[in-house]
Ligand binder design. Structure first.
Ligand SMILES: *Cc1c(COP(=O)(O)O)cnc(C)c1O
Length: 408
């Protein structure tokens, strides 16, 4: 099955309640059973079924299955946000004294999270770019996870997943990737050796900018050393499901960062057009970047432009498509603001992956809590504008941005 067909028919001839073509919204907290014995069995994982929406819910379950299928993973667990997905994907296997190796150009919220984790004894060692060469010297006995974004937001550096996962595996360490900006449409990270994928499904997966959520997907292929990752040991009997079983029965359900059924439904509806949207968004981003590159007074970063240092990886790993984000540098903060304020169509909003074109000045917003050094590592300068390209007609977008640049 090809991608778009899989989006619609990936779960076979599955019919939902009353023949519904889309999973209905099970907007309830609890599920009632006639017999006390029935609920006992469900609580003890001895019978399938739903008890309480924090633990499982049919609409959320349908969303998890769709995403696990798209990523070709063993299973998926949905969370209330991308940030909670990142947090729990890590806490499931980390404890005080452990170290993470991560790219310094990460999403601002993730960098903030890693500094929060210091309070709990979990340290992150940062590399400028997540490459095998930069990561290897930082690996030691305490390193338990390597974490990076496939396409950095907003740095737009691209991880060579195959070479980083080879290195990680040679040291018995799993590679967790944030696939938010790449989406399952541009690549399936498990095919390149990633072990666990997280998405902020608030972005391209939802597509309409109408629900915050996240999801964790496990390939089930990482050969856990149960002496090194001792907390997984009680779940060893689940084999390839050990990581997911621990997460679902442990910190995920106990922290209570469940996805609401309504938001799962909005994601399911949005997801069905992911392929179509990404096709259009990538094509718009490439054309807009090329048009803006030709203008005086600004510079453009887009991995899909010829001459970009990641152009080869875009071909070999992303099927020639470089995603929907580009960044501009306007020369000064004042010029960046003037450019943004002149735009007719782009909304000034802190989000990406919407069908609408969005712009933001990251230095004064998302990265306001980060140090100058962290900002620079993420490609965030005083004059940087991040553009999340939407599905508008490209002529209109090019005209709007061109007029805004000329007005400078
Ligand atoms: C938005 C985003 C997150 C955080 O996701 P939320 O759903 O906002 O919590 C994490 N990583 C990347 C790359 C993002 O763009």
């Amino acid at each position: 099955m090809e991608f778009n067909t899989r989006l619609l028919h990936g779960d076979g001839r599955k019919r939902y309640q009353d023949g519904a073509t889309v999973p209905p919204i099970a907007q309830v907290s609890a599920f009632a059973y006639d017999q006390a014995e029935d609920l006992e069995k469900i609580f003890n994982n001895r019978a399938p079924g739903f008890a309480y929406t924090r633990i499982s819910n049919p609409t959320v379950d349908a969303f998890e299955r769709r995403i696990a299928g798209l990523e070709q993973g063993k299973g998926a667990i949905a969370c209330s946000s991308g940030m909670s997905a990142i947090t729990l994907s890590l806490l499931n296997i980390l404890r005080a004294g452990d170290e993470i190796i991560a790219g310094s150009g990460l999403f601002g919220g993730t960098i903030d999270l890693f500094s929060d984790m210091e309070e709990f004894g979990i340290t992150t060692r940062f590399v400028h770019h997540v490459t095998a060469e930069e990561v290897e010297p930082l690996i030691n006995d305490k390193t338990k996870v390597i974490f990076g974004e496939i396409i950095g937001n907003p740095g737009l550096d691209i991880m060579d997943i195959r070479s980083v996962s080879n290195l990680a595996h040679s040291h018995g360490i799993p590679l967790i990737v944030d696939g938010t900006t790449a989406t399952p449409y541009l690549l399936r990270p498990f095919e390149y050796g990633a072990d666990i994928v997280i998405h902020s499904s608030s972005k391209y997966i939802n597509g309409g900018g109408n629900s915050v959520s996240g999801i964790i997907i496990d390939s089930g292929k990482f050969p856990w050393d149960y002496d090194k990752y001792e907390q997984l040991k009680p779940y060893q009997k689940y084999g390839e499901f050990a990581y997911l079983a621990k997460l679902r029965n442990g910190i995920w359900r106990n922290m209570g960062v469940c996805l609401s059924p309504m938001n799962a439904f909005m994601n399911l509806v949005g997801l069905e057009s992911l392929g179509l949207r990404m096709e259009r968004i990538c094509s718009n981003a490439r054309q807009l970047a090329a048009a803006l590159e030709a203008l005086e007074g600004i510079s453009v970063n887009y991995p899909g432009l010829p001459g970009n240092p990641y152009a080869r990886l875009v071909q070999s790993q992303l099927g020639g498509k470089a995603g929907g984000i580009l960044t501009l540098r306007a020369g000064s903060r004042e010029r960046a603001y003037r450019l943004m304020n002149h735009l007719k169509y782009a909304c000034n909003a802190t989000n990406i992956g919407d069908i609408r074109t969005l712009v933001i000045h990251p230095a004064s917003t998302i990265y306001i809590h980060n140090t100058e050094e962290q900002k620079e590592a993420a490609g965030v300068y005083e004059d940087t504008i991040r553009v999340s390209v939407g599905i508008e007609d490209i002529q209109d977008l090019i005209q709007d941005f061109t007029e805004a640049v000329q007005a400078l």
